[in-house]
Design a protein around this ligand. Structure first.
Ligand code: R1P
Length: 303
């Protein structure tokens, strides 16, 4: 689905600005960190203080959440005294939304003044090294829908967001990945926190055995149906990105496998391990020096 109306993007700069201004005129929060909660991970919001919540259906131009485990609320609040905004529920291509709609909230983050985006998701493991319940720090990605032209930056480029040909080889902040690994070690999580490559498929079906084998051969450690469009748009508009993938299932790589992946299992594992994902993110944010990081964002994000 192309996100073009005539020669205009269906989520133009003016649409984004109107939505951001609508929110800024209704909240005193001025978030610096944007957190996107993956399937079943909405409770990452729970410990935030001074919360103010908007339902997606009430926000101008916002799509609606249609997937179980994605509540559909934009929540402002502080974590460890750092001003944050949370998406409790994200949008997926398979819901029928254009890439532009899927990534619209990331541009709203940018216009709200966010500087760092933390994306989380549930994904299936393709690596023999990962177990169900492990956390994968995303070090890189394979944008499979993007190869087929389902790319959020296709269409006219608005230079107010970013340049026509953004660099993606450093999409995931090295400093934040290091902070995550160090923090995991301090929390005693090292045995189940690993770095890896996330691959996006459009979904909504889970992979066939032949597809899973192909994705693994291509270099993917885990597979899901989200995240990469958001990361691409975040990097395009100069945001610092950190990504965490919770391994909710093993993707069958063998015809004899008894595994039959289903969304209920994905949600069940997410809910079981959400507290651990939450502890890691909170501990990272506690150590996170926004001012110090801002300087390197400016240096790194010259695009
Ligand atoms: O990526 P998130 O939104 O966490 O959700 C994952 O879980 C769902 C499948 O169970 C798919 O939407 C997949 O992308």
């Amino acid at each position: 689905m192309m996100h073009i109306k005539g020669n205009q993007c269906c989520c133009s700069f003016d649409d984004c600005r109107n939505t951001a201004e609508w929110l800024l005129s209704r909240t005193r929060h001025r978030p610096k960190i944007g957190i996107i909660c993956g399937s079943g991970l909405g409770l990452l919001v729970d410990s935030a203080s001074r919360k103010q919540s908007f339902r997606y259906e009430d926000i101008p131009n916002f799509p609606a959440s249609t997937v179980a485990g994605h509540e559909g609320c934009l929540v402002f609040g502080d974590l460890k005294e750092k001003p944050c905004v949370f998406m409790q529920g994200r949008f997926h291509l398979y819901e029928g939304y254009s890439m532009c709609k899927v990534t619209f909230p990331v541009r709203i983050f940018k216009l709200l003044g966010v500087e760092t985006v933390i994306v989380t998701n549930a994904s299936g493991s393709l690596s023999q090294d990962f177990k169900v319940g492990d956390i994968m720090i995303i070090k890189d990605h394979i944008n499979l829908p993007g190869f087929a032209g389902q790319h959020p930056l296709c269409g006219p480029n608005d230079e107010r967001f970013g340049i026509r040909f953004p660099c993606m080889s450093d999409a995931y902040s090295e400093e934040l990945r290091k902070l995550a690994l160090d923090t995991s070690a301090e929390l005693g999580y090292s045995d189940f926190v690993h770095e890896g490559v996330y691959c996006m498929v459009s979904g909504p079906n889970f992979e066939t055995v032949a597809e899973a084998r192909m994705l693994h051969i291509l270099g993917s450690d885990s597979v899901g149906m989200s995240t990469i469009p958001e990361v691409t748009v975040a990097k395009h508009c100069g945001l610092r990105v950190f990504g965490l993938s919770l391994i909710t299932n093993k993707v069958p790589l063998d015809y004899s496998s008894e595994e039959k992946v289903n969304h209920e299992e994905v949600l069940q594992i997410s809910k079981m391990r959400a507290e651990m994902v939450q502890s890691l993110i909170y501990a990272m944010i506690a150590k996170y020096d926004i001012n110090e990081l801002n300087q390197s964002v400016q240096m790194n994000c010259q695009n």
